[in-house]
Ligand binder design. Structure first.
Ligand SMILES: [Zn+2]
Length: 313
């Protein structure tokens, strides 16, 4: 990513956070914005978020060691480590979760794996990081990461609870964005990491070639909503911390898009034909690149054509 893009992203994050936090911005938050990436954003008692290092990194700080959800993009690892050293726990990471396998989320895995953190992820995330895989959009192979960067504890389906003093639940979000999405829920603190299964800032991304689709996204957002109450702090891969109301609004949008597109896909329309028919008009938010979203969603329906019958839906 070039510098201008980074600056734009930073401006967007600042703008979005300013909107959420309004006049309640503390001096600590204001000073965090004036730092170079990654910025440190308070989330809740004992939790901060590092932004501007690829995807957001959620950090549970503490003298017993730090727990991370995602590790940012590889180019920022040294800066991330420097930030972590200044937080309670001083950079001693005991556990790292990966919400999925995109390189903006796993770039620090090698460093944390080498220092013997347990890396927890979906089994498909482990498989993707352990093997070269084809990137259709870029027509190239993404190379496997070294062994130390691979998740060491994986789940294939369902939900789990990490043993320990505090209760940390994590589980599968089936095909919300890729084929390896998980949530991580710090239940005692009521902090929920949702990865790229929600997208409060930028256009939702459906990595159809990597297994994500609109139906999976709707189901996953419903699952996340059931975990939340009005005080839950929800951390996405990109953008600001949000609450239950914002998640509900995004789920309503996802469902609306799912229903509209399903009707048109069943008529045999292409992505461009759906757009021409107004499939994305009058929605609760504006998309920066409607064609990309419509195309990716359309390819996802193709991949699930055998589950679109009325008896299934
Ligand atoms: Zn992603």
């Amino acid at each position: 990513m070039n510098r201008r893009a980074i600056m734009n992203r930073r401006a967007m994050v600042q703008g979005a956070l300013g909107g959420v936090l309004g006049l309640t911005l503390t001096p600590f938050v204001r000073s965090a914005f004036s730092q170079e990436s990654p910025a440190v954003i308070p989330v809740s008692e004992g939790f901060v978020m590092l932004t501007g290092a690829g995807g957001n990194i959620l950090v549970r700080t503490g003298s017993t060691g730090q727990v991370l959800v995602d590790s940012g993009a590889a180019g920022f690892t040294d800066a991330v480590l420097a930030r972590l050293r200044k937080l309670p726990g001083e950079g001693r990471v005991t556990t790292l979760f990966n919400t999925h396998w995109h390189r903006d989320q796993v770039g620090g895995n090698f460093a944390f794996g080498q220092s013997e953190a347990t890396i927890i992820a979906h089994e498909k995330t482990r498989a993707r990081l352990a093997t070269d895989y084809y990137l259709g959009v870029e027509d190239r192979y993404e190379k496997a990461l070294p062994k130390a960067a691979h998740p060491t504890v994986t789940l294939f389906s369902g939900d789990k609870t990490l043993a320990g003093k505090e209760r940390i639940d994590y589980g599968q979000l089936i095909e919300a964005h890729t084929d390896g999405d998980i949530y991580v829920f710090f239940r005692d603190a009521n902090v929920l990491a949702a990865g790229d299964a929600i997208s409060p800032l930028k256009d939702p991304v459906l990595d159809w070639f990597g297994g994500g689709w609109l139906g999976g996204r709707a189901d996953s957002q419903e699952k996340l909503l059931k975990l939340c109450d009005d005080k839950t702090r929800i951390v996405p891969s990109y953008g600001p911390v949000v609450g239950r109301a914002e998640l509900q609004a995004e789920l309503d949008l996802t469902r609306e898009l799912f229903d509209r597109m399903l009707a048109l896909v069943k008529k045999g329309m292409s992505a461009q034909e759906m757009l021409d028919a107004g499939v994305m008009k009058g929605l609760s938010r504006t998309f920066r690149d409607p064609f990309k979203f419509a195309y990716d969603a359309y390819k996802g329906y193709w991949a699930h054509h055998n589950s679109l019958g009325p008896e299934v839906l």
